[in-house]
Design a protein around this ligand. Structure first.
Ligand code: NAP
Length: 298
């Protein structure tokens, strides 16, 4: 598909790196595989100034805008690569539909995660410290370059590169789609806790002519869907989603594999620390046998 034909020439932001040359992309996607080593600190300390464990700091960034701005660079980077690298690489026939399919589903996810969820749907989000913001921004940039380079010309470039892959692409898409719905469903169960509290507050405020208190930092034990079994089913569904994405790209799609591994590396210690947080707040008895993230396992 030759979408680049309809787009004006985009300027090079950082010559050689944004968009990356093939050589630099190889270096980026190789180095990006070692990200899990950087998460060692996350396993050892629970200090993480975001969400449930946010801190009071005058440097804090408002939660909703921080989430939007730190989560969107990956999507923008992939799209930028798709609109620049094919021209630089002389791929005048355009890229195969399967490349664009992966770009499409990745974009759908991040429109939800970076725009719809924080700016439209979430009733409130805790402030985020610039350290977390910077790390997440860097994570997105690296992941966007790693995936974007592969999809935009340094991975498969013709339909022949995708030959014989139709069934695994279809199965991967089905896994991706159901898991995205699972992720949204469980995200929404958390939202409903604050939405319903806000509704109750508004009713009371109207009846008693008092101001609404707000729902910032209001936490309850969620219980619907997979929340019966784990405390972070939205994380679990997201991992399944990116496993489906990797399946679409195929076993040889190293950037999709790195994406999944790096997500697990950063989110698993968060979920385990999150379970400790729930036990401390609500008590071992109320948390019960619920695991952190994978039903029956972890
Ligand atoms: N965290 C990561 O490293 C990461 C990485 C990639 C993708 N994601 C995805 O991004 C989404 C959000 O991740 P997250 O780490 O922010 O999840 P989270 O800690 O569960 O928080 C999600 C949202 O729900 C609120 N919330 C959380 N627990 C609640 C409770 N018990 N009662 C009421 N409200 C509650 C949070 O408010 P507060 O902000 O006020 O706590 C926040 O607005 C997930 O779907 C996840 O899969 C996360």
């Amino acid at each position: 598909m030759q979408l680049t034909r309809y787009v004006p020439d985009l300027p090079t932001v950082v010559p050689g790196w944004y968009p990356p040359t093939r050589e630099n992309w190889e270096l980026i996607s190789y180095a990006w595989q070692f990200f899990p080593l950087l998460t060692a600190a996350q396993w050892l300390i629970d200090w993480y100034p975001q969400g449930k464990t946010s801190i009071n700091s005058r440097f804090n960034i408002p939660g909703k805008w921080a989430w939007c701005l730190m989560e969107i660079p990956g999507m923008l980077t992939v799209l930028y690569c798709m609109l620049t690298i094919p021209r630089l690489e002389g791929l005048h026939a355009g890229l195969p539909w399967a490349n664009w399919t992966m770009v499409f589903i990745y974009t759908i996810h991040y429109l939800y995660r970076a725009v719809l969820s924080p700016l439209v749907l979430n009733p409130s989000m805790s402030p985020i410290h610039p350290i977390v913001f910077t790390l997440a921004f860097g994570w997105q940039l690296m992941n966007g370059l790693s995936l974007g380079g592969w999809l935009a010309g340094y991975g498969p470039t013709t339909v022949y590169d995708w030959a014989g892959r139709l069934y695994t692409i279809e199965i991967g898409l089905v896994i991706w789609g159901w898991s995205l719905m699972g992720n949204i469903f469980h995200d929404d169960d958390l939202r409903e806790i604050r939405r319903s509290a806000l509704r109750r507050q508004k009713e009371r405020a109207a009846a008693e002519n008092k101001p609404v208190e707000g729902v910032d930092k209001l936490y309850m034990l969620p219980k619907n869907g997979l929340f019966h079994h784990v405390l972070f089913p939205h994380y679990f569904c997201e991992w399944l989603e990116w496993a489906g994405f990797w399946m679409v790209g195929g076993l040889n799609c190293a950037p999709a594999r790195t994406f999944l591994v790096n997500e697990i590396a950063t989110m698993l210690p968060r979920a385990l620390a999150g379970r400790r947080w729930y036990v401390e707040k609500f008590g071992e008895e109320r948390v019960g046998k619920r695991k952190a993230v994978i039903p029956g396992l972890i």
